[in-house]
Design a protein around this ligand. Structure first.
Ligand code: ATP
Ligand code: MG
Length: 150
């Protein structure tokens, strides 16, 4: 089953991320895709704030993975946009089982390294402030989460 959410402004995206955070569980994996500037990092900021992480979240474009250990659960924020397809085995899969929440921007680049069960969210730009978010939950835990939150 697929779910859809229309975000009318940045606060809608932040609030949605907070609502998803409230249903978090250890080893949760969220995959974010969609064009440049569509709101993926905004979503991560909202999620991190809800976890109680006070650090400023910036895209980990050059180091690929940033770890934030100080929230209710650890957060592993990945942005694999610049990851070289042939050289992409940097231990990504190890993060899925470390007990925290992994959020991956541009996840389709590492499609073959994603866990079987995950929440996929595709962001589409409608206009300056409007985004459509399409949810594809894979696995019962993620279906339940979408039914609760959306
Ligand atoms: N409804 C909305 N939700 C999220 N961001 C929005 C919304 N409306 C406008 N914006 C703006 O869109 C931009 C989203 O930037 P963000 O860095 O989150 O994009 P991104 O998808 O992570 O891009 P990249 O692929 O470059 O990492 C911000 O400037 C934000 O203010
Ligand atoms: Mg980003």
């Amino acid at each position: 089953m697929n779910f859809k959410y229309v975000s009318k402004n940045i606060d809608d995206t932040l609030t949605l991320a907070e609502n998803i955070e409230s249903e978090k569980f250890p080893n949760m994996v969220i995959c974010l895709d969609g064009e440049l500037g569509s709101g993926k990092t905004v979503f991560v900021k909202g999620f991190a704030k809800a976890l109680g992480i006070e650090d400023n979240i910036t895209s980990p474009t050059f180091n690929i993975i940033k770890e934030y250990p100080n929230g209710e659960l650890p957060l592993y924020h990945m942005d694999v946009y610049r990851l070289d397809e042939v050289d992409n085995d940097i231990g990504i899969k190890d993060y899925y089982k470390k007990g925290g929440v992994t959020i991956i921007e541009w996840s389709e680049i590492i499609k073959n390294k994603l866990p079987k069960e995950r929440l996929e969210i595709v962001f589409k730009i409608v206009d300056e402030n409007t985004r459509i978010l399409l949810f594809n939950p894979i696995g019962q835990e993620y279906v339940d989460l979408c039914e609760t939150v959306l």
